[in-house]
Design a binder for this molecule. Structure first.
Ligand code: TMO
Length: 306
């Protein structure tokens, strides 16, 4: 007995946990670049300690219910503006744990490449959009004579932007078109530049566009409950948001070492922007981008595995 107690004291807390299960940790992939690269980065970290991982393409709203039920193990990019409500709902039902935030803060909103500001005096204040002389510079063949906001895929925010546009009294001058995917947003940025025409697109930070001359429109400030989906009047922009991690509640028991690593893991704005840039600017595959990121940043992630 005395010997056993001494051994525990010498080994210390933390190292007497059971080994991680050999069953794969299931990591979801979604439809924007940093999320997919980070999936492979985190998978690579788990593999470095001998764990198995599997990747599953998932809907970015439904994934929280899948985690709650145990069909998916983790989520590593819970963006507050887009997914906070789905995350809260699953957490409140039980089975999904809040596993802490990344260091990076987030913004997900409409904006423009900086050179567009001269087409619309008063930007980045949203009230500049009330001017017909501004809106006319953003008409496209598919916009019915109104200025166009190119929103991301509808799976990210449903009707948030059309509702906001109406709530702010901009509906007579502006309309929302949904992009089929993130690549359509980047293609629109490139096309507008080439053609020298105005464009307003949905974008976010951290992203590869950070520091590349992109400005977010300043809408009336966000507050809890301001959105129509939360019972509000919709006259608000997006929050200065968290970037959270979530896990199935059995993960800390089945994979205690990986769960500890995932709790410590936290990426900065520039690290996440770099993950996206490897794909969207350097045109690497997500897997190759993750391998490169891991090889270049051992000093960042190796300490989390200790
Ligand atoms: C969730 N997103 C980063 C696309 O805004």
């Amino acid at each position: 007995m005395a010997v056993g107690l001494a051994a525990v004291l010498v080994i210390g807390p933390g190292s007497i946990n059971a080994a991680d299960s050999k069953r794969p940790i299931i990591i979801p992939t979604h439809n924007w670049s940093s999320q997919v690269v980070m999936a492979y980065v985190i998978g690579g970290i788990f593999e470095s300690i001998g764990n198995r991982v599997a990747y599953t393409p998932s809907d970015s709203q439904a994934v929280y219910e899948s985690i709650r039920l145990g069909d998916v193990t983790i989520s590593h990019e819970v963006w507050q503006s887009a997914f906070g409500a789905s995350f809260d709902k699953a957490r409140d039902k039980g089975g999904l744990l809040d596993w802490g935030d990344h260091e990076a803060r987030t913004l997900e909103d409409m904006g423009y490449p900086n050179w567009v500001a001269e087409l619309c005096p008063g930007l980045p204040n949203w009230e500049a959009l009330k001017s017909p002389d501004c809106a006319k510079n953003f008409v496209t063949p598919d916009s019915g004579g109104k200025g166009r906001w190119l929103e991301g895929p509808q799976s990210w925010h449903q009707d948030l932007m059309p509702q906001r546009l109406e709530a702010l009294g901009l509906g007579d001058l502006w309309m929302v078109k949904f992009a089929g995917g993130a690549d359509a947003l980047w293609a629109e940025l490139a096309a507008a530049k080439k053609e020298g025409r105005g464009t307003i697109i949905f974008n976010w930070t951290p992203n590869f566009t950070d520091g590349a001359g992109f400005t977010f429109i300043k809408f009336p400030p966000y507050y809890d409950g301001c959105r129509p989906a939360d019972g509000g009047d919709g006259k608000c922009g997006s929050p200065d948001g968290y970037l959270k991690k979530a896990v199935n509640d059995k993960f800390p028991k089945t994979h205690p070492h990986a769960a500890r690593i995932f709790k410590k893991l936290s990426f900065t704005t520039s690290q996440i922007g770099a993950m996206a840039a490897l794909v969207d600017l350097d045109k690497m595959t997500h897997e190759d981008a993750a391998k490169k990121w891991l090889a270049d940043n051992e000093a960042v992630w190796k300490p989390w595995t200790k």
